[in-house]
Design a protein around this ligand. Structure first.
Ligand code: NAP
Ligand code: MG
Length: 472
């Protein structure tokens, strides 16, 4: 293995000591303050105001005013100009956002720089283009916005999930109140500053940091739609809370994806896809390929090459450009991963981890591969949301499909084979919102993303994603 000298990012973003709530175009005080830490050092990065019920009501009222007086009546072409401006500003400040995201979240700079931030900008460019073409989206001749949208997002892709939520909502003429996750509010607050820089009319975008209670208050507030990304448990609570009201809901929830490797697959390519599928973003990915289903005849070879490859992954400083696996986002998440991995061992699966040094401070988990996994085990059924792969084997294609579909989730799946017909055969039978063939974790603003079963309902991205923000 090559030895690399450390290559830490040298450009530090300007992080303020304290951030307020962003309501009606201004930063204001909240009901209390909390702090956000750098999970790779456990050091406090900044303090931030927490939004209470009264703040939520104020933000929703501001969004309502902005919708009725400015943003709703504005032509699509004008709205598009604002979105293009936001997209360009994000590109201009890409490096700053990338470093900030790595600091607040713990994910490697390689990923924030090459994936999170450019993909977030792409979402704004893509939806900017839709703003004046909604009449041609096949959703009726004059589709109308819903009004005010309450949005709640998780910590695994803070800026990207914000973009997935805000870009389509604004393009369709809605105004938004968004709650970022408690552990990762930084890039949402920097985005609020960017809205000021873009001269976005006050009240069109409101950002309310806080914890679960703030999210719950937002769901209960006088909004016309709730858009949520997060766990299935909270998604269920939200569906209950809005049942019987006129609020529309979309839910993007958890997953337990199968990554299926057939015996005719290009093995080295598949191994890269398996590694990307589960170790990208520390496995904090809803559509992570957390279950490897490998055909028995090639299982030995695949596992051998997989372990050799995993042994080369670098775990450590998120701001080092050589780092492949960064910090786990929080002490709580680390606890959850540790408990599920322990359950795997107790239920009789075999854990393998490469030898690697972990930093002394911060939240870390070694990449882990479980073999001897049975379908009934918790590590085969529950979402671990960490760098932990569960390996199962199969003999026939039918068995692969049956095992792949044997979870309550249905978000994504991967298929590795050299035969196009086998790809189509499998894709037709897999109960998943997206099926990747000979690749994994591919995202594009033009491509709808979303789940089946307990992975939620509604789509984000593409023409289909617009429907969720229009009265059709
Ligand atoms: P989570 O606990 O459900 O939190 C998601 C968001 O909801 C956070 O902002 C959270 O606030 C807030 N929240 C908590 N309780 C709430 C309540 N009662 N009412 C309203 N909002 C509430 O999920 P997480 O553990 O942070 O994120 C991981 C989960 O998200 C995984 O299951 C993953 O699969 C899923 N996910 C899905 C997708 C997708 O597109 N399908 C994408 C990414 C992640 P706090 O920050 O204070 O907890
Ligand atoms: Mg943080």
């Amino acid at each position: 293995m090559f030895e690399y000298a450390p290559a830490p990012e040298s450009v530090r973003p300007q992080i303020k000591e304290h951030y307020g709530l962003f309501i009606d175009g201004e930063f204001v005080d909240g009901q209390a303050d909390f702090k956000s830490v750098d999970p790779s050092t456990e050091e406090s990065l900044f303090t931030v105001a927490e939004a209470g019920e009264a703040d939520v009501a104020k933000a929703v009222a501001a969004a309502r005013r902005a919708h009725e007086t400015v943003w709703g009546p504005m032509s699509g072409a004008e709205r598009g100009k604002y979105l293009f401006r936001i997209a360009r500003l994000l590109q201009e400040r890409a490096r700053e956002f990338a470093v900030a995201e790595s600091l607040d979240n713990g994910k490697p700079i390689k990923e924030t720089r090459d994936f999170d931030v450019p993909t977030a900008a792409q979402h704004f460019f893509y939806h900017a283009g839709w703003a004046d073409k909604l009449a041609y989206a096949g959703l009726g001749p004059d589709p109308r916005p819903l009004g005010v949208v309450g949005q709640v997002i998780p910590w695994n892709f803070p800026l990207l999930m914000l973009a997935w939520k805000i870009a389509p909502a604004l393009a369709c003429g809605n105004t938004v109140v968004l709650k970022p996750a408690e552990t990762t509010p930084l890039t949402a607050l920097m985005f609020a500053e960017l809205c000021q820089e873009a001269d976005l009319p006050p009240g069109v975008v409101n950002i309310l940091p806080g914890a679960g209670a703030t999210g719950a208050a937002l769901v209960d507030a006088a909004v016309d739609k709730v858009a949520f990304t997060g766990s299935t448990a909270v998604g269920r609570a939200i569906a209950k809370a809005v049942a019987g009201s006129k609020k529309k809901v979309t839910l993007e929830l958890g997953g337990k994806a199968a990554n299926i490797v057939f015996d005719d697959a290009a093995i080295d390519q598949a191994v890269e896809g398996i590694v990307n599928g589960i170790f990208f973003n520390q496995g904090h990915v809803c559509c992570a390929g957390s279950r490897l289903l490998v055909q028995e005849s090639v299982a030995g070879e695949v596992l051998e090459r997989l372990k050799a490859r995993v042994a080369t992954l670098r775990v450590g400083d998120p701001l080092d450009k050589n780092t492949d696996i960064g910090a786990i986002n929080s002490a709580e998440q680390l606890e959850r991963i540790t408990a599920l991995a322990k359950a795997g061992e107790e239920e009789g699966a075999d854990a393998w981890q490469p030898a690697c040094d972990l930093p002394e401070r911060g939240f870390w988990f070694r990449p882990t591969v479980f073999t001897g996994v049975q379908q009934s085990m918790r590590i085969a059924q529950e979402e671990i949301f960490g760098p932990v792969l569960s390996v199962l084997t199969f003999r026939t294609p039918d068995e692969a499909i049956a095992k792949a579909n044997n979870t309550p989730y249905g978000l994504s799946a991967g298929v590795w084979t050299e035969k196009g017909s086998k790809i189509l055969w499998a894709a037709e039978r897999l109960r998943a919102g997206v099926v990747w063939a000979n690749t994994f974790n591919q995202f594009d603003a033009a491509s709808p993303f979303g789940g089946l079963k307990e992975s939620g309902y509604g789509r984000e991205g593409g023409r289909q994603g617009l429907e969720a923000y229009l009265d059709v």
